[in-house]
Ligand binder design. Sequence first.
Ligand code: 5RP
Length: 223
Amino acid sequence: MSDPVVEAKRDAGIRAADMVKDGMVVGLGTGSTVFFAMERLGERIKSEGLHVLGVPTSNQTAMRAEEYGIPLTTLTQHPQLDLAIDGADQVDPKKRMIKGRGAAHLREKVVADAANQFVVVIDAGKEVAGLDAAVPIEVLPFAYGSVVRRLRELGGEPVMRNGVKKDGPVISDNGNYVIDCAFGAVADPAGLETAINAIPGVLGNGIFARMTEKTVVIVGGRK
Ligand code: 5RP
């Protein structure tokens, strides 16, 4: 029997991939939902002879792109992208979101910022009235202790993200640690995004509150 959440993710991914037009340069996010979009894009490249180039946000995404036959490029070659497709962990009614369960949020934000349009693919379980998930924060290992102290001063409860076997810290594709920091209900997402980024040693955080105007949210299973 098919899982309705997986089917919703597949539907969202396929609809996002169908927004891609010939000649586009596309940001490729990370996660199970965007991988459905990439699978569909690969099919379109083969069946329609579509010419697209992708900019991957993680090593995992780059490997998937190779598997699906999506040619890749870089932000050096293409500093401006036509659109970026990515998943999210929570999305509020104003299209502000928390991302980063896959620890790829630093590159994901760079790629989303470079894109003219940001297409976010989710299942309905990701929709929330207000953001309240722990915020993923990528941190320079050297600065881990001082960043934790500053996050506590901001009212957060920082926890180092460990590997699945709890055998040490998760290391991002950029060679850094990831902290998950709970703040409870986030009253001012843009303000918190800025405040976290202002801590020396923080390289990026998973609140995406400043690109709502160019964001389109596709909820799988809902027209
Ligand atoms: C990775 C992310 C993902 O897009 C987010 O975690 C959603 O993943 P999924 O589509 O597997 O539910 O932000 O850093």
